[in-house]
Design a protein around this ligand. Structure first.
Ligand code: SAM
Length: 315
């Protein structure tokens, strides 16, 4: 699968793929787990974050490095066309000192062997081919280097939410056809067609269906965002040209479709205990020492598996 859907998402400037605080970065137990890991590394450690996206993990490492004067050398690689300093507001300053490597899949890390003291990944390793990715991680780690990954857990709240959001998004797009009904109403109103009332009634009906579902599931992000978008677009049609409104309706529909593809990608890569055992077995075969896996929580909720592997000195 190409990473286009991730590229589009990352170009919106969102820092973490699963937002956990108002700033759009990881916090609470998730951030603390990474902070604790980075604090174990020596001064001057060279660190690579794979599948880095907009670099939330290098940002945590940078923070630890600056507060403890650890002088880490930080790299983030991703298969996509990433450029966090460009896409994230204030990015040039925020990411200063971090080197990003776009178009670099974990399966093919363009680095010499034994370069990194640590390799990390948050919701990243599981997206690639496991055998080739883990072989590359083992290759680029220095002897006694450590790899830490947080991967999606099949029973996590992130996966549950993605499943529900996908259902809502597909219902909005395919069954309710909200954006088509909105487009039709805007068109009928503009050409002063007698069919305008019927078009509005259909849009209203779809709106009622969405608000009814929102009463049942008030936390649904997809529903909240879509209801607000429809309201904004209805307001916009009073002020903007038909072409502009049409383009905006289309942009919202495309964004929702892209979100469905991203969520399906996430669901396809969520890890069962058996899948994690396979990753661990591949890591052992690649010469890494595998620590017992742990569950990652965030605000008490299950959000992933924590995998901690080390490269022995004799590997
Ligand atoms: C769920 S996002 C996580 C991004 C970031 N680590 C975070 O926590 O926000 C998954 C990322 O993995 C990248 N990705 C997918 N397959 C990859 C692969 N084979 N090699 C490297 N990156 C990959 C995507 O482009 C995307 O940026």
């Amino acid at each position: 699968m190409s990473s286009d859907h991730w590229d589009q998402f990352l170009q919106t400037g969102t820092i973490a793929s699963c937002p956990t605080n108002a700033d759009g970065t990881y916090d609470l137990e998730l951030e603390q787990g990474w902070r604790t890991f980075f604090a174990t590394l020596d001064q001057g450690a060279v660190i690579l974050d794979v599948g880095t996206g907009n670099g939330p993990i290098p940002l945590i490492a940078k923070n630890v490095s600056e507060s403890d004067d650890l002088k880490f050398r930080l790299h983030g690689a991703d298969r996509g066309v990433i450029d966090p300093p460009r896409y994230v507001p204030g990015g040039v300053e925020r990411y200063s000192g971090i080197t990003f490597h776009p178009r670099m899949p974990t399966e093919k890390l363009a680095f010499s062997s034994e370069l990194f003291d640590a390799v990390t990944g948050q919701f990243a390793l599981e997206y690639g081919d496991p055998t080739r990715s883990i072989a590359e991680v083992a290759r680029v780690l220095k002897p006694s280097g450590a790899a830490r990954f947080v991967v999606h857990h099949e029973r996590s709240i992130v996966v549950e939410t993605a499943r529900q959001s996908t259902t809502h998004a597909e219902w909005i797009l395919e069954e309710l056809e909200v954006f088509e009904k909105l487009e039709r109403f805007v068109h009928m109103e503009r050409i002063k067609s007698a069919a305008v009332e019927r078009a509005f009634a259909k849009l209203e009906e779809a709106g009622r269906a969405m608000t009814g579902e929102l009463r049942r599931v008030p936390e649904s992000h997809v529903l909240n965002v879509t209801v607000a978008a429809v309201q904004n677009l209805l307001d916009l049609r009073r002020r903007a040209s038909p072409q502009f409104v049409g383009a905006e309706i289309d942009a919202k529909r495309r964004a929702l479709r892209a979100a469905v593809v991203r969520m399906q990608d996430l669901l396809a890569h969520a890890c069962s205990p058996e899948k994690v055992a396979t990753l661990e077995s591949i890591a052992s075969q690649a010469g890494l020492t595998v620590a017992p896996r742990e569950e990652q929580r965030h605000d008490g909720n299950l959000v992933g598996w924590i995998l901690l592997w080390k490269k022995p000195i004799s590997c």
